[in-house]
Design a protein around this ligand. Structure first.
Ligand code: PBG
Length: 333
């Protein structure tokens, strides 16, 4: 039997007691440094062909492949939750070696943009600009002699971005990591009267293992090779600043770091170095990990979600793209 001898109060003469501000929820809320608001969240949507299609992605519970009609319903429901921004990815039936569906005015993304802008006014529509969902080999660009050819790919990305703008997109978001694509897209948009369309560039996009579930969702896994020749080495942070600097010089309005949670240091450095609107993409694998652990009863999902998204915001992100957008909006309402 141990006897605990309590010290007298007077012997601990503290001038600061940091626990004072943690004693009740109103007290904690009063001094909370990081606040989340529904305005900062962007909901990604995977738009496929057909009608009345709502197919759940096995590795991403709560995320679906949606035909245009279903995507519109999802956008309206998200609006009900307080989410007004969506990022569209396309899943065309037709794929070829040049990714021509990326700029087909009748492809899922272009149709979805037009329909959403009409059916759910006030929605901010962003579109992902890349070729990986549109090429039969699953690469982000034109493949010549087993290499992703930078400049011919940029030509195709420009066509895709212009067709999204023509459909009514507010923001185009190139995610391909080719050199010079932001400047080329900016020039092409301006020449065609789309100078009001903003560019959110995936400026520091890493070669990450955490895009796995997305590739199931977008049916965009490369048939051979990988994306290391254009996506960034996860070991590099100074290089991320060069990527961001270049995209800003070429006319990017918002710069993105991707993935988010594994690159919080990069988010902070980008925000502190440039002071531009900075986005972070909480990617499919980061979402899937939480979902999987929650399904096993290993973590408290609502708390883990808030903690995760708070961390991304605390690191400096102004805009957060996340599959949890609707859930977090409801949670903080
Ligand atoms: C490319 C693109 C990818 C993601 C967004 N845009 C996949 C890739 O680079 O392989 C990943 C998003 C996620 O994992 O949630 N169009």
């Amino acid at each position: 039997m141990t006897h605990i001898h309590l010290q007298t109060h007077t012997s601990l003469n503290l001038t600061k007691r940091l626990r004072r501000l943690r004693q009740s929820e109103p007290m904690r809320a009063l001094v909370r440094e990081t606040r989340l608001s529904p305005d900062m969240f962007v909901l990604p949507l995977f738009v496929c062909e057909g009608e009345a299609v709502r197919r759940e992605i096995a590795s991403m519970p709560g995320v679906f492949n949606l035909s245009v009609d279903e995507a519109v319903k999802e956008v309206a429901a998200a609006k009900g939750d307080g989410i007004n921004s969506v990022l569209l990815f396309g899943l065309p039936d037709h794929k070829d070696d040049i990714g021509s569906s990326a700029y087909d005015p009748e492809a899922p993304v272009q149709c979805a943009v037009r329909t959403i802008k009409r059916a759910v006014p006030g929605t901010l529509v962003m579109t992902d600009v890349c070729l990986c969902e549109y090429t039969d080999h699953g690469h982000c660009g034109i493949v010549i002699d087993n290499e992703i050819a930078n400049d011919p790919t940029v030509d195709q990305l420009v066509r895709a971005a212009v067709s999204h703008a023509a459909a009514g997109a507010d923001i185009v978001a190139p995610s391909d990591m080719m050199d010079g694509r932001v400047g080329a897209i900016r020039r092409a948009l301006d020449e065609r009267g789309f100078e009001h369309v903003a560019i959110m560039s995936y400026a520091a996009k890493y070669w990450s293992a955490f895009y796995g579930p997305f590739r199931e969702a977008a049916n965009s896994a490369p048939r051979f090779g990988d994306r290391r020749s254009h996506q960034m080495d996860p070991a590099n942070a100074a290089e991320a600043l060069r990527e961001v600097e270049q995209d800003l010089a070429e006319g990017a309005d918002i710069v993105m770091v991707k993935p988010a949670l594994l690159y919080l240091d990069v988010i902070t450095r980008v925000k502190e170095s440039f002071g531009y609107p900075t986005a972070a993409y909480h990617v499919s694998g980061e979402y899937a990990m939480l979902k999987a652990a929650a399904r096993n009863g290993w973590i408290d999902e609502p708390r883990a979600m808030v903690e995760t998204l708070t961390a991304i915001r605390r690191a400096g992100a102004d805009v957060i793209v996340t599959y949890y957008a609707r859930d977090i909006a409801r949670a903080i309402a």
